[in-house]
Design a protein around this ligand. Sequence first.
Ligand code: PMP
Length: 455
Amino acid sequence: MHTLDEADRQFALHPFTNLSAHQKQGPLIIDRGEGVYVWDDQGNRLIEGMSGLWCAALGFSEQRLVDAAAKQFAALPYSHMFSHHSTAPAIELSKRLVQMAPEGIGKCFLVNSGSEAVDTAIKMAWYYNNALGRPGKKTIIARQRAYHGVTVAAGSLTGLPYVQDGFDLPAIPVIHVETPHAYRFAEPGESDQAYSTRLADSLERQIIEAGADTIAAFIAEPVMGAGGVLIPPDGYFEKVQAVLKRHDILFIADEVICGFGRTGNAWGCDTYGIKPDIMTSAKQLSSAYLPIGAVLVTDALYDAFSQYTDKLGVFGTGNTYGGHPVSAAVALETLRIYEDDDIFGQVRSRAPHFSERIQALQNHPLVGNTRSVGLIGAVELVADKDSKTSFPAADKIAVQAMLAARKHGLIVRAAPGDALAFCPPLIINDEQIDDMFDAVTDALNDVLKANSTAV
Ligand code: PMP
């Protein structure tokens, strides 16, 4: 007989895990959850300061979602959306998503995950340009440190070396442009607006150099999540959209993390004045209780698809479980809870306290930069605050902080650029926010002590 720990090491191949380190340290086995808390198999209670993977918006014990799933399982556990088939939950969900989406969005295509949503969005951008008789317009512009998923096309857009190295990615035509991150990359004394202008000018130069007639779309997370919670400087998206418009390039907003209240509004697009041609969403769409994603497109794109299918026969893409009725029923109930409980309003009212507690960490000797919007944020750890000098990569300083936080009852995440990321369930209250940042402070003090010769 294996213990669970032994069986995990022997049989499970873990994503985004150093495989040999896993053999030594073994798994963190999570047993159960309630509200914003989870318990490991040793009985330790942890605040889930990352909502799992930026997704469990309503925490871990929302009975309405359990009931919605049970009801739909009993009525119809499976159907699909191929060849004119549909179900009530998939229809109702599509309607609700389109109605809450930014102006211009008219149709919803249901998938199972963020990566699938992004892959589908890329295919749609290609299909659109083929429909318009512009087959050369295929390259996608993404940004360094972007995270758009791991499948062959989506993983090609992700701008993180550890997602691409060893997997022969990128495998589709992509250009990675600069990351908007003022703390690291703005010139000394450069205003947000001036920095945004510089980034938009640079984007335009790269478009002209490649040829606008080769570029299909620009893809961006409104706030970059897995790349380290990078919040765009003022004016950035306004200036970028003007460039894209001039060159007839589609805007794909990857709302997989920002969607459904994370930044204080329904969409990151609402927070940053983005008018997307295509939107991808997943994660908080079902509060993560079941896998589901959605791709939302404008009527203009849909009309082009529709005419093209008259020529090609069918819109030849889709997945067996796209629009799965149980996932759709749970997503629909999630959206109802967001509305009934004014969850996005709650995010707006908790955000100032969250931001205050993050900003207070600026006084800590290890913290070079703090940033947040809504209920997502990060601190960036440095060896020297004045010169912004980083710790040696081998120190894995953010990983040290992440592990120290766990000892103080908190799950947070080490992100690229020595960032420690926070993305708690949207139902977190002020007292729990305090507990969370008290634990972060204790963890940073532990790390400071352990690395005291380096600072
Ligand atoms: N896009 C963004 C912005 C994401 O954060 C993620 C997942 N972290 C994805 C796409 C991919 O989603 P999934 O893991 O569901 O494939």
